[in-house]
Design a protein around this ligand. Structure first.
Ligand code: GLN
Length: 304
């Protein structure tokens, strides 16, 4: 398979499509991004890497980071984690409150904001300094000590994060947040503010395509079963109320963020990342989904 040829030709094709969608503007800092950026990076499990476009510009990875926090929490407490967060697709938007009351504060899955807040709470209970240990974990996954939180993005989100503040306090009222909601929110906003490029993200997600082991030094992050389960949750819940559509079109487990990034995993084969900040009404990157749909069609590899 000539991957570079495939991504180059699809990149040209998708780049030339008219711009559709809008940048996320409910976090003012995110609205400043150039909507024309478009990058793609692909890393195979043998560490061969391919890239095109703005693949080396760092962007706000937003909800993609929820996979890192889940992986770390899962590695720390194992299956106990499922007593605090469910594994069902929500069919609602990432910041919806509607199901939480009927579900007695048990978030539907770890990728909706409520679920990610509970995971942050777990990390704070387990770790001495969750903020820095989480960053160390992500730096280790990407073999890159330069990965950072963005204080500007975190502050911008904190000032405008009324829904997340409501979600965290609401879950706290059911007893499913143990720490002070303000502290949990701080960690959550920091988590969402992490900045990485397509190439860095693609590399750091490769352990999920490699049965839980890093491909560079063989370090075991998760066991086989845990890896399979995280991929399963990405498949069913990674795109909120567009998860079915993404599975239908792309057919890979993946995770999106409102910064316009998408990561998708082909178990045992590769990790691919696209970044284009223009989002559809579900908060997922229009060009990213379009590119990936054609990528899995062209390459003809499928997990199904
Ligand atoms: N930080 C964003 C929020 O909490 C994350 C949403 C996303 O990327 N889908 O609203």
């Amino acid at each position: 398979m000539d991957y570079q040829f495939v991504i180059n030709s699809l990149y040209d094709k998708v780049s030339n499509e008219p711009l559709q969608g809008a940048v996320a503007n409910y976090i003012p800092e995110l609205a400043k991004v150039n909507p024309k950026y478009f990058g793609v990076a692909l890393t195979l499990t043998d560490n061969t890497a391919f890239a095109i476009g703005n693949a080396d510009i760092k962007f706000s990875i937003q909800s993609i980071a929820k996979v890192f926090s889940l992986a770390l929490a899962y590695s720390l407490i194992g299956d106990e984690i499922w007593q605090r967060v469910n594994v069902e697709p929500s069919g609602t938007s990432f910041n919806s409150l509607v199901q939480l009351e009927a579900d007695l504060g048990l978030p539907r899955n770890p990728f909706v904001n409520g679920g990610a807040l509970v995971i942050c709470d777990i990390l704070m209970c387990q770790l001495e300094d969750a903020k820095s240990q989480l960053l160390t974990f992500i730096r280790n996954l990407s073999d890159n000590p330069l990965i950072e939180y963005s204080p500007n993005i975190a502050a911008s989100e904190k000032t405008n994060g009324f829904r997340n503040i409501a979600l965290c306090n609401f879950i706290k009222s059911f007893g499913n947040i143990k720490n002070h909601p303000n502290d949990v929110l701080d960690l959550y906003f920091d988590l969402c503010s992490i900045e990485m490029s397509c190439s860095e993200l693609s590399k750091s997600f490769l352990f999920l395509a490699n049965n839980g082991c890093k491909t560079t030094d063989g370090l075991k992050i998760l066991n086989y079963s845990q890896t399979k389960r995280i991929n399963a949750i990405m498949q069913t819940c990674g795109f909120y109320d567009e998860s079915g559509e993404f599975t239908f079109k792309v057919g890979l487990p993946g995770k999106s963020g409102v910064g316009g990034g998408i990561v998708a995993i082909h178990p045992n084969l590769y990790s691919i990342v696209t970044w284009s900040p223009l989002l559809n009404e579900k908060g997922n990157s229009v060009k990213g989904i379009h590119f990936l749909e054609q990528f899995t069609t062209e390459t003809q590899y499928s997990i199904f």
